[in-house]
Ligand binder design. Structure first.
Ligand code: DHB
Ligand code: MG
Length: 209
């Protein structure tokens, strides 16, 4: 289910600036192959958040085909920033690697293959921005493990925070319950200033106090 009005969405997508051929091809690929990418509106939102925060070190949990990673890597390119992105699906990573190379940002992107919950505790760096868009059942644990890796004043951003509206209806399935638990954890955290922007499927944006 959608949390927005179709005619509003149509308008937002219609006025959005055109993407380059690569991003447009990735959008078509995602559409055809049912890969849940963030799309051009959230892509632009992430790009603007990364730019205005002057982020240099970004951590992404959930690479998929590299679409969000390309938006983020491009946003931080002028500051010579770098992106670390984690995914556990080897086929998707192969596609992501090619897309990221085609975008010309492969020098500033490190892809780590494996389970985010296992990899996060091993990361030594502090990040300016962390973007969570993994499988929904790991959101609560990924959140708990991510926040210590975020610098003060840094941004924690999560896709699908409204989960098709199911979180507001109290849906009982596993993913919805996980997203309800996740939002509760985030909003109960006094270390964060948080808001969910109802764009596409809900984008949570938190600043670490
Ligand atoms: C779905 C959507 C997403 O944006 C995502 O990251 C994962 C799953 C979905 O609609 O199933
Ligand atoms: Mg998503």
């Amino acid at each position: 289910m959608s949390i927005t009005y179709d005619y509003i969405d149509d308008y937002l997508y219609r006025i959005a600036a055109p993407r380059d051929r690569l991003l447009e091809r990735m959008e078509e690929y995602a559409d055809t192959n049912n890969v849940p990418i963030i799309g051009p509106l959230v892509g632009r939102f992430l790009y603007n958040l990364a730019k205005t925060s002057q982020s240099k070190k970004i951590l992404e949990i959930g690479t998929a085909i590299g679409y969000s990673g390309i938006w983020l890597a491009r946003a931080i390119a002028p500051l010579k920033g770098n992106l670390t992105t984690i995914d556990m699906n080897p086929e998707r990573i192969k596609i992501a690697r090619k897309n990221i190379a085609d975008a010309g940002v492969d020098k500033s992107v490190r892809i780590i293959e494996g389970s985010a919950l296992e990899i996060l505790p091993t990361l030594k760096d502090e990040y300016d921005l962390i973007f969570l868009d993994s499988d929904k059942d790991v959101y609560p644990e990924a959140f708990k493990l991510s926040i210590p890796k975020l610098r003060k004043g840094g941004l924690f951003v999560a896709d699908n925070a409204l989960w098709g509206g199911e979180v507001a209806k109290g849906g009982k399935d596993k993913d919805t319950q996980s997203m309800i638990k996740f939002n509760k954890l985030v909003f109960e955290s006094r270390a964060l200033s948080s808001v969910i922007v109802p764009l596409r499927d809900g984008v949570l944006v938190s600043v670490k106090e």
